[in-house]
Design a protein. Sequence first.
Length: 296
Amino acid sequence: MGSIFAARLAGAGHEIALVDVAAPLVEKINDQGVTIVRGDESSATRVRATTDPSEIGVVDLVLVFVKCYHTASAAELARPLVGPGTTVASLQNGWGNGDVLASVYPEDRIVVGVTYNSGLVLEPAVVMHPADQPTIVGSFADDGGRAGSLASALEEVGLATTAVSPVRPEIWKKLILNAATLPTAALTGMTAGELGASGHMRDLVADIAREATAVARALEYPIDADERVETILALLERAGPTKASMLQDFEAGRRTEIDVINGAVVRAADDRGVPAPLNRALFRLVKGCEEKRELG
């Protein structure tokens, strides 16, 4: 996702830099740029990359796209990039990334949100981006100015973005989508299209989404279960051969983000006294797979 957003912003003339701890990836980006593949077409965009953010200095925006379990270390690494006017934004999967960023930076500088864009890494610095999808942002604290500025910047480069307040219900809507589709894809090996085409899996996805929505409503987020199910099933049909991020993690032997997805649903359910057996089962199944592979 970082490559997709960076390529779009850089291609529109914004001064962009990618920061990554993987030196070989950084070297390839500096040598060949970032390549975005869509259908039969591909385009390479030159983007500066570095492992050392102090080489860049203070910027207007830091956009965090790391896995949830790297958010804390990424926030610390990004300190040389952040000045009094810098906005720090997260469009990551899961629940709680904003809280991690707020433990490092002032709340009024933080923007959180979700993006329905998806990407599949074909090889280092080469990413398939099937189609443009909406992004929703909002301020972590009460001030909405930074979220509006970020939304405008992304809109200008063709990334459909809306600033809303409050934003947390929108994050839960995406959390419900992820809870229903990511572990099911990872555990079955199905692409999004295959998940949506299977009658058994469609029913399971719908049941998981309804359960997670009940938890969200217990948290007083006004989310409609029927709307979530219809939206999720339609997204699966449109996504076709796209592989869910958790399936990509499984295939690459990486730790997943299950703790901030189904794990977050389960923690909220326990807090509010709402049953969540399906989400709990998926959480335990994925954690079991991680334990077997010694991923921790």
